[in-house]
Design a binder for this molecule. Structure first.
Ligand SMILES: *Cc1c(COP(=O)(O)O)cnc(C)c1O
Length: 225
């Protein structure tokens, strides 16, 4: 076993314990929330250390990095699930559909076109989450709050149940709780089962507000270089 990531197993256990405790405090089941370990910029050895500790869901924000890091791993670990969590250019849609089990960053009609085309060509359908620009921040990607209902309807008509949920990254300088509450409420109204929100700094708040998936990187793998 590679031991250049000796802290990963301990970190994972601590994060999982905190998620479970936050869920129970909120009156939810201890296992209500799926932890997505965000391994971007960290080498395969870090991923292997997490897998050895039982971790199954991983998140990467660059398709190219995911492609180089994961194909062999997936053959050896059929239970692993790869989440694409970074902004996606339309010309990367086909690679994302090929490598991803969940694409969390569907945020515009042209990308929906490209993903639909890629699904047809690849004969493979990942779960799709719509990224909402929850703070309506100009520098962030994601569909605006105001356009969310319409985009959900369009994507559901097109992708059916493959459209599985909503994802957000709240503004860095604001209390995330109301943003998380909005996203969970909107997902519930649309009957979407997945609510992906919460990172290293705020995942317990996200769990309290109804996250079904939290995306945690640095608290598991350490700071990114
Ligand atoms: C990097 C990243 C994360 C994880 O961030 P940490 O603060 O390291 O936990 C979560 N979600 C997205 C979309 C990211 O890009």
């Amino acid at each position: 076993m590679d031991n250049s990531y000796p802290l990963v197993a301990d970190n994972l256990r601590r994060v999982q314990d905190r998620i479970a405790a936050a869920a129970v405090r909120a009156g939810r089941a201890a296992d209500a929330v799926t932890l997505v370990a965000v391994s971007k910029t960290h080498p395969v050895e870090a991923v292997l250390a997490a897998m050895a500790a039982g971790q199954q869901h991983f998140g990467e924000n660059r398709v190219q990095e995911a492609q180089t890091k994961f194909p062999d791993l997936r053959a050896a670990h059929p239970d692993m699930r790869l989440h694409i969590i970074g902004g996606l250019q339309t010309n990367k849609a086909r690679d994302a559909v090929r490598v991803g089990d969940v694409i969390e960053t569907l945020d515009r009609a042209r990308l929906a076109d490209a993903i639909a085309d890629a699904i047809t060509r690849e004969g493979r359908t990942p779960q799709l989450l719509i990224q909402v620009n929850i703070g309506d921040e100009p520098q962030k990607s994601g569909i605006s709050r105001a356009d969310t209902d319409g985009f959900v309807a369009d994507c559901r008509a097109r992708f059916g149940t493959a459209l599985a949920g909503l994802m957000c990254i709240p503004p860095a300088d604001e209390d995330p709780a109301p943003h998380f509450a909005w996203l969970a409420d909107r997902a519930a109204r649309h009957g979407l089962p997945i609510v992906s929100m919460g990172m290293s700094g705020d995942y317990e708040i996200a769990v309290a507000q109804g996250a079904t998936h939290v995306r945690v990187g640095s608290a598991i793998f350490g700071a990114r270089g």
